[in-house]
Design a protein around this ligand. Structure first.
Ligand SMILES: C[S@@+](CC[C@H](N)C(=O)[O-])C[C@H]1O[C@@H](n2cnc3c(N)ncnc32)[C@H](O)[C@@H]1O
Length: 266
């Protein structure tokens, strides 16, 4: 297991069990987000369907368009020659499209629980030439409707922390990958406790839920805050990847630890 230091950002891994891990923190909506934090599949699907129309815009505004750069940066870790790529939790398809930009031979199959998110992805695909190299599937990432060893790569951005069972989700990704296939995962892992994190932490804790209120989705954005703060640190995710059989597991943090990018090989 290696921890690659990004030339762009410092790496700080918060160890599991370190102070502050699971404290109560939500400024609003604690009761409302509880079923979502328990990761009930239907509740998650319903929540993402509710925010689908504003999802892209809110993503861009809350991250200052860094989300676009994070996905593009993540595709740099993919071999350009991949042919079949599965995007688990594709949402409105932006990671799938970034993969298609980088990998000219690839067909991407976007899988998601939310039909509304998928419809937006399909609409985007239809408006570009990339539509021919994309497929969209309503399915659960914890039970992927594919045979073993079909994909050259599996990608997933901002999804695995929503899984009811992270180990099961990682096992599914591992199962559908061909031998030597690559998994690329972007996620908001439990943030570091460092001076540089303080303003970012305050932003996640207070500004994100308020922004959610203004766009009419207070619960969804309180859930976003809560799910980031209760998810595992990167090292613990990497350990689970190794446990399900991945090798060469590496990760780096982007933008002062806001996002973690994992790469692993089957
Ligand atoms: C935060 S969005 C990320 C969307 C997209 N990957 C991106 O980069 O913007 C999370 C997506 O994962 C989907 N999702 C959550 N749990 C899932 C599961 N078990 N199986 C499939 N999709 C899931 C949600 O419906 C939602 O569209």
């Amino acid at each position: 297991m290696t921890n690659i230091r990004s030339p762009l950002t410092p790496v700080k891994i918060l160890m599991q069990g370190e102070k502050g891990g699971n404290e109560k923190f939500l400024p609003i909506g604690v009761m409302a987000v509880e079923p979502l934090l328990n990761r009930k599949r239907d509740a998650i699907a319903k929540m993402f369907s509710a925010i689908a129309p504003k999802y892209d815009l809110m993503n861009h505004l809350l991250t200052g368009w860094l989300d676009v750069r994070w996905r593009r940066f993540a595709t740099e870790w993919l071999p350009a020659s991949v042919q079949i790529v599965i995007d688990v939790g594709t949402g409105t398809g932006d990671f799938a499209f970034a993969v298609l930009d980088k990998c000219k031979e690839a067909t991407v199959i976007g899988v998601d629980l939310s039909e509304r998110m998928l419809n937006l992805a399909k609409r985007k695909a239809a408006s570009t030439s990339k539509g021919e190299r994309s497929r969209w599937l309503l399915a659960d990432g914890l039970n992927l409707p594919f045979r073993n060893e079909v994909a050259d790569a599996v990608v997933s951005a901002f999804v695995v922390r929503n899984f009811e069972d992270l180990t099961k989700g990682l096992r599914e990704i591992h199962r559908v990958l061909k031998r030597s296939g690559v998994a690329i995962i972007l996620e908001f892992c439990q943030p570091p406790r460092s001076w540089w994190w303080t303003p970012i932490g305050l932003f996640v804790r207070y500004v994100v839920p308020i922004a959610g209120r203004f766009c009419g989705n207070a619960v969804a954005y309180s859930y976003l805050t809560a799910s980031i703060r209760t998810f595992l640190p990167a090292e613990a995710v990497a350990e689970k990847m190794i446990l399900v059989g991945f090798r060469k597991v590496s990760w780096l943090t982007l933008t002062f630890g806001v996002v973690t990018l994992f790469r692993a090989v089957k």
